[in-house]
Design a protein around this ligand. Structure first.
Ligand SMILES: NC(=O)c1ccc[n+]([C@@H]2O[C@H](COP(=O)([O-])OP(=O)(O)OC[C@H]3O[C@@H](n4cnc5c(N)ncnc54)[C@H](OP(=O)(O)O)[C@@H]3O)[C@@H](O)[C@H]2O)c1
Length: 314
């Protein structure tokens, strides 16, 4: 099969489209014929990109851990999915990813993709959707009537966090660069702070929940925006400061079939929609990894094999 692989620790320029072995479905796995895939731009910097769960070198590695496609094979003892099911999911970061014609995925990490959702939208959903869901609800405990400050509100994760928070009846304030304002405002933030021009601490808070997707200086300054009993959730690094009389949580997203099915159901119903910034063919994966440098915001999706449910996008 054709796959995008990287043979040594490096950057996007080291990604090559080449022939690779067809994956094996072990116990609990299915093989997914990939229609569309997506990735996190900095995943080539993750240690797990280069090693398996035993710490052994697993290069050449296939990147891209978000997949939308169809089940073509079911491994020994695997239940819950069957050949022909349209699926979406987050693949194991210690194993080969979905920038390929086929990928082996644990069935429990996949949910059925409703027919109303095209492959591009589906591939953009798992990482951003699950991260936003777990940040707001699992770790942040967000409920109706509360206020959340989302740093990076027009990004892949941030845009879904804004929509999920609004959907649950929370008030949302967003931050980011000026170029993200239109997207964030359209998604329903009550106030958007351009971080290059204003200090968010002076304009916002204290709030029930701060969800930081940016990190660095923004994260370091965020503890003071949390009100007593509130929470600071971060996904780029552990917060250097704990909020006074509040809590700080850093977490790494987990695959979760039930949450993914709920995200897919809300997407199918038009209640949320991942922000897709660009779509590239698989052969242009190296360029796709560098799309952010060209000013593209939101998720970048790789179109591997267009199916009937693939909407045309550019
Ligand atoms: N812990 C986890 O499980 C987990 C899961 C998913 C993602 N992540 C991490 O979370 C981060 C966000 O992921 P993502 O997919 O949402 O990325 P993304 O699509 O690039 O979104 C990041 C957002 O933050 C904005 N931003 C970044 N730096 C900024 C700065 N200095 N000032 C103002 N705005 C800034 C970006 O604006 P521009 O686009 O204009 O730069 C963009 O709107 C990444 O570091 C990713 O690796 C962690």
């Amino acid at each position: 099969m054709q796959a995008v692989r990287i043979h040594r620790q490096g950057g996007p320029e080291d990604l090559v489209l080449e022939q690779a072995p067809y994956p094996t479905a072990t116990v609990g796995d299915v093989i997914v014929k990939v229609h569309a895939a997506s990735f996190t731009p900095d995943e080539l910097q993750w240690p797990v990109t280069w090693i398996d769960r035993g710490g052994r070198d697993r290069t050449p590695a296939v990147p891209g851990h978000e997949v939308a496609g169809v089940v073509t094979e079911v491994g020994y003892g695997t239940t819950g999915l069957k050949v022909g099911d349209r699926v979406v999911g987050l693949t194991d970061r210690h194993r080969d990813g979905a920038a390929a014609e086929y990928v082996a995925v644990e069935a429990r990490d996949l949910a059925v993709l409703p027919d109303e959702i095209d492959d591009v939208t589906g591939a953009a959903l798992p990482m951003s959707g699950l991260t936003a869901w777990q940040a707001l609800f699992t770790h942040g405990g967000l409920t109706a009537g509360q206020t959340v400050l989302v740093h990076g509100a027009s990004g892949g994760v941030g845009a879904l966090a804004v929509q999920l928070a609004r959907d649950v009846g929370a008030r949302v304030v967003g931050t980011g660069r000026e170029r993200g304002r239109a997207v964030a405002e359209e998604l329903g933030v009550e106030l958007y702070v351009d971080l290059d021009r204003a200090a968010f601490e002076k304009l916002v808070g204290p709030v029930d929940l701060v969800f930081d997707t940016i990190g660095g200086d923004v994260l370091a300054r965020s503890a003071t925006s949390v009100k007593p009993g509130g929470t600071l959730v971060s996904i780029s690094a552990p917060p250097p400061e704990q909020p006074t009389r509040g809590q700080a949580v850093y977490f790494i997203v987990e695959a979760n079939r039930d949450q993914l099915a709920e995200l897919a159901s809300r997407t199918a119903a038009g209640r949320i929609s991942p922000h897709v910034g660009a779509v590239f063919p698989l052969a242009e994966t190296a360029e796709a990894f560098q799309a952010k440098r060209r000013g593209i915001t939101g998720k970048v999706v790789l179109l591997v094999e267009p199916s009937a449910q693939t909407a045309s996008r550019s």
